[in-house]
Ligand binder design. Structure first.
Ligand code: GLN
Length: 485
């Protein structure tokens, strides 16, 4: 049986009813990984023995009727989430020997529901990138066409789910790293409201923007897993003090009468005609479902990219100062003295993109420039957040493309950081405002998928998923998968 063709709820049902066991399902995915991942490079670590042991335990629980809510379902974790005694590299040479002494809350929560970790997925180094070409462990390929990038920074998570080497994967989004790769790999990816998912044990890039989430093959699958990841965590001071939300009960509710806003500033940008056409088609599906479409304005939204490229590097320069070769991670050989230890460890341990961000961030935070850059960016960030607040008084969700186009060829943008940064032009604003956003497949061009982005008001992940699910009940873009067999 093609077990990898089943959605998560079908897999769960199959295990529950005894059609197949978690061990069979897990083995099926491990075999697919060993067959197809050499080329894709979507995993950094495959935890084969552990996975089989976990799956066997899960099968026992079913026998004893002590099974947990998501018992026996396999999952891949982005290698940014600490996993006790398992290599956790964050895609960097700096952590290439780091076995985490504790697990992230995200891992713990899913583990406590009985999920089986298949391995840790490849990613851009310290989650900086939009193409998954900055990983110390080599670039990841897009399963739709291996000459193309899967997007980044959660490229490994997107690539492995798209190739059906895992049914679902965790991911993180600081400026678009869940939604952009979901768009380029034909998946559903959701970043929740800032603070919904604990950042404890999730290696920090830019702490005020980083948020964990999930990439899956459908909105229903994403809802099932995201729900289990949410909830207050006293170990993360920015975790929202809220109960775990119910994201699945209302999925099937109609969206009739709800309002979709089209941000005028986004649609003024020049778009390839296939993007325009796919978005228009999606809008007309929503109209048929009874949604009302209104044009809205977010007057400060065009400041988002420059704001992000001050704030994110500033925060990363502070967060990454802990990698000094003293406590853990990579250490240079034979340092002459302490200064040599710091300098050579950081020079040898970090890749070019990470160094570029540290330099920009250190500069923006330096005494002479703090007010002119960092403080100014923070003020402008508030303007963007206020724009969203204003429009959400009158609408339910915002709709736009997720990315300016479909995937691009490996190497095409590596020498032009600005062109790479522009990939996130539509996704970054939601991070600045801490709002939930998702991407669903809505079209294709030349055999490569394209995503539609929906951004919701704070804490309205349920509504976003409801919009995504009703679209998926009426279209089949999400069920198209690349042929990699
Ligand atoms: N591409 C963006 C960056 O490189 C966003 C990355 C992310 O969301 N982690 O900063």
């Amino acid at each position: 049986m093609d077990l990898h063709k089943l959605y998560l709820s079908e897999q769960l049902e199959g295990i529950k009813s005894g059609k197949f066991s978690s061990t069979e399902l897990t083995t099926h995915y491990l075999e697919r990984i060993s067959k197809f991942d050499e080329d894709l490079n979507s995993f950094i670590t495959v935890t084969e023995d552990q996975a089989i042991a976990k799956a066997k335990k899960s099968d026992e629980r079913y026998k004893n009727n002590t099974n947990l809510p998501l018992d026996g379902l396999p999952i891949a974790h982005k290698d940014i989430f600490c996993t006790k005694d398992v290599l956790t590299t964050c895609g960097s040479k700096m952590l290439s020997n780091f076995e985490a002494p504790y697990s992230s809350t995200v891992f713990e929560k899913l583990d406590n529901e009985g999920m089986v970790m298949l391995g840790k997925t490849n990613m851009d180094e310290f989650a900086m990138g939009s193409s998954n070409e900055t990983s110390y462990f080599g670039p990841v390929k897009n399963p739709w066409n291996t000459e193309y990038v899967p997007g980044g920074s959660s490229g490994g998570s997107a690539s492995c789910v798209s190739a059906e080497l895992a049914p679902v994967a965790t991911a993180t989004d600081t400026g678009g790293s869940i939604r952009q790769p979901a768009s380029l790999c034909g998946l559903t990816g959701i970043k929740p409201t800032y603070g919904r998912v604990s950042r404890y044990g999730m290696i920090a890039f830019a702490s005020s923007l980083d948020q964990g989430g999930v990439v899956a093959r459908s909105a229903a699958d994403a809802a099932l897993i995201l729900e289990a990841m949410c909830g207050h965590d006293p170990k993360d001071s920015t975790s929202l003090n809220l109960e775990r939300p119910d994201l699945t009960t209302n999925l099937n509710n109609p969206i009739k009468g709800m309002k979709i806003g089209l941000p005028k500033e986004f649609f003024e940008k020049e778009m390839p005609s296939y993007v325009e056409k796919s978005i228009e088609d999606a809008i007309s599906i929503y109209k048929d479902l009874g949604a009302e479409i209104v044009e809205v304005s977010l007057p400060n939204i065009n400041l988002s990219l420059p704001i992000y490229y001050i704030i994110a590097p500033a925060e990363c320069s502070a967060n990454l100062s802990r990698y000094d070769g003293v406590r853990y991670g990579y250490r240079c050989e034979d340092p002459k003295d302490i200064e040599d230890l710091y300098m050579r460890t950081r020079e040898e341990g970090f890749g070019n993109e990470v160094k570029r961000r540290i330099l920009i961030g250190t500069y923006a935070l330096s005494a002479g420039y703090y007010d002119a850059y960092y403080l100014k960016a923070q003020k402008c960030r508030q303007l963007v957040a206020n724009d969203f607040k204003e429009v959400f008084k009158n609408i339910d969700v915002l709709l736009s493309p997720t990315t300016p186009g479909t995937s691009f060829k490996a190497g095409e943008k590596t020498n032009d950081p600005i062109a790479m940064y522009l990939q996130d032009i539509f996704t970054i604003p939601a991070n600045l405002a801490g709002l939930p956003g998702l991407s669903i497949p809505c079209g294709e061009n030349a055999g490569l998928p394209l995503g539609l982005q929906l951004v919701g008001n704070s804490l309205e992940e349920d509504k976003l998923l409801q919009f995504a699910h009703s679209y998926q009940l009426n279209t089949d873009w999400h069920s198209k998968m690349p042929d990699i067999s």
